[in-house]
Structures are given as C-alpha cells and as structure tokens.
Design a binder for this molecule. Structure first.
Ligand SMILES: NC(=O)c1ccc[n+]([C@@H]2O[C@H](COP(=O)([O-])OP(=O)(O)OC[C@H]3O[C@@H](n4cnc5c(N)ncnc54)[C@H](OP(=O)(O)O)[C@@H]3O)[C@@H](O)[C@H]2O)c1
Length: 241
C-alpha cells in the first residue's frame, strides 16, 4: 500500500482531479467533502476512493474525521488542503457572514486540518502538505476581499510552516491556480467569463483541473524533499509574482 493522502474537497472540481491523480501515482487516497452526498457517492463509485464528510472550518470535526480516516487507512502522510468556497461581493456590500464563511473555510480550514496531522508527521519525520491557494490571493481581486485575504493568508501560512517543518522532514508548499473550469468558475456569468476573464488569460482558455493535480503530485513525491515554502503558479501566464 502506498502512503496515505488526504484531500479536502476531494470529491469534485480540482480536488477530484487531485484525488484521482494521487491514486494513479500509487497513494491510498481519502477525500473529504462538505455536504454534496450525491456527488461524493458517485465519485466513490467511479473511483473506489473513500469519502468522508465534515466541515474543515470546525476544528473538532477535523480532529474526529482525521482520527477515523487514520483508523481506516493508516497515518496521513500527505495532506492536500484544497477545500474552498467563494462568497463574492463588492466590499461595500459584503456582509460579515460572507467574510466569516470564506475565512473559516479557506484559511482557518488550513489551520484546523494541518494542526490535526502535524504531530504525527513530526513523530514519523515525514510529511507533505500542499495548500491550494489562488491567483487572486497573489494579485487581489475586486469583489473578493474575503477570498483574496484568505488565499493570501494561505501563502503566508505555507511559508511559515515550511520553516517549522523543515527539520522534521515535512514540506509545505502552495499551488496557485488561475481560472480553472470547475463549477466554482462556471458559476460566473458566462458573459463576464467570455468577455472579461478569458481575454486576460494569455493561453486563451480556462485551465483544466488535471493541470493543477499534476503540480500536487509533483510536490507530494518522496523525492520533492528540498522543495518547501514554494508557490507554484499554474495560471496560463496570467500573472507573475
Ligand atoms: N476553480 C478555480 O478556478 C480556482 C482557482 C483558484 C483557486 N481555486 C481553489 O481551488 C480549490 C478547489 O476549487 P474548485 O473550483 O474545485 O471548487 P468546487 O468545484 O466548488 O469544489 C469544492 C470542494 O470543496 C468542498 N468544500 C467546500 N467547503 C467545504 C468545507 N467547509 N469543508 C469541507 N469541504 C468543503 C466541496 O464539498 P461539497 O462537494 O460537499 O460541496 C467540494 O468537494 C479551492 O480552494 C479554490 O479556492 C479554484
């Protein structure tokens, strides 16, 4: 059996592609999701990858959920913090609830999940943590003050933790996708997508979830031990940081 990889939000979108790619690379994969039972069941049927439901924004739920994953699969050696949401609004219309939901999931979720596997990784002297941030955490995006703040926070978290994990054989890296053709992006008004977003992407198209998954497989590998605290941008040449 390969190393155990846990992918949050691993049942659809970018996470689904990451789960499948890690399985293909020989990992024993467990995927979490928040509430879409139907999609999670279909994903498990199609891939044989087990799914677990909890909210990454809830520390106690993460602790209990990870304990169950480890009981059934073995210790988590690769953690991919992929779960994320958007609650877009221009700042003057953004509600405290929209701010809180995004920070809880997209930033605090990383603390909750990583904190619950960190001691085990330190004890075993091996770990891979890959955080899925975003181009909009790098450059900022109007209408996404909440999301941009959380995703920029993910990069700071990555860099701080990379230094702490280094002596324990744990690498911590971030991947910043540009616009990828998942439900999150397809939910954007088609006119806005075609007339304002795609023309800003030099390659002239949205990215594919599999193009993000290959970055994660690369960073998760045993022989990627010298790569830590880095950010891989996969955005079709839209933005350089
Ligand atoms: N799509 C893009 O263009 C793009 C660009 C840059 C960065 N990203 C980032 O990439 C990641 C994946 O995005 P995506 O487009 O694949 O999203 P998506 O298609 O909307 O899928 C999101 C996944 O996260 C899960 N999830 C959401 N909130 C959760 C919570 N509180 N606890 C546990 N799981 C939760 C969902 O579970 P359910 O199925 O149960 O809802 C789902 O599996 C996100 O972090 C996103 O910010 C995406």
């Amino acid at each position: 059996m390969g190393r155990v990889a846990l992918v949050t939000g691993g049942s659809r979108g970018i996470g689904e592609a990451i789960s499948k790619a890690l399985k293909e690379a020989g990992y024993t994969v467990a995927a979490t999701y928040a509430g879409n039972d139907e999609k999670a069941a279909a994903f498990t049927d199609a891939t044989g990858i087990k799914t677990y439901k909890w909210d990454v924004g809830d520390y106690d739920a993460c602790k209990a959920g990870i304990a169950k994953v480890e009981e059934e699969n073995g210790p988590v050696e690769v953690l991919v913090n992929n779960a994320g949401i958007t609650r877009d609004a221009m700042f003057h219309r953004m509600t405290p609830q929209q701010w809180k939901e995004v920070i809880d999931t997209n930033l605090t979720g990383l603390f909750n999940m990583t904190h619950c596997v960190w001691a085990g990784m330190r004890d075993r002297k091996f770990g891979r943590v890959v955080n899925i941030s975003s181009i909009n955490g790098q450059k900022g995006q109007a209408g996404q003050a909440n999301y941009s703040a959380a995703k920029a926070g993910d990069i700071g978290f990555t860099r701080a933790l990379a230094q702490e994990g280094a002596r324990a054989g744990i690498t911590v890296n971030a991947v910043c996708p540009g616009y990828i053709g998942t439900e999150m992006v397809r939910a954007i008004d088609e006119k806005v997508l075609n007339e304002r977003i795609i023309p800003q992407i030099p390659v002239g198209r949205l990215g594919e979830p599999e193009e993000i998954a290959r970055c994660v497989v690369f960073l998760a590998a045993d022989d990627a031990g010298f790569i830590s605290g880095s950010t891989i941008s996969a955005n079709g040449a839209q933005y350089f940081s």
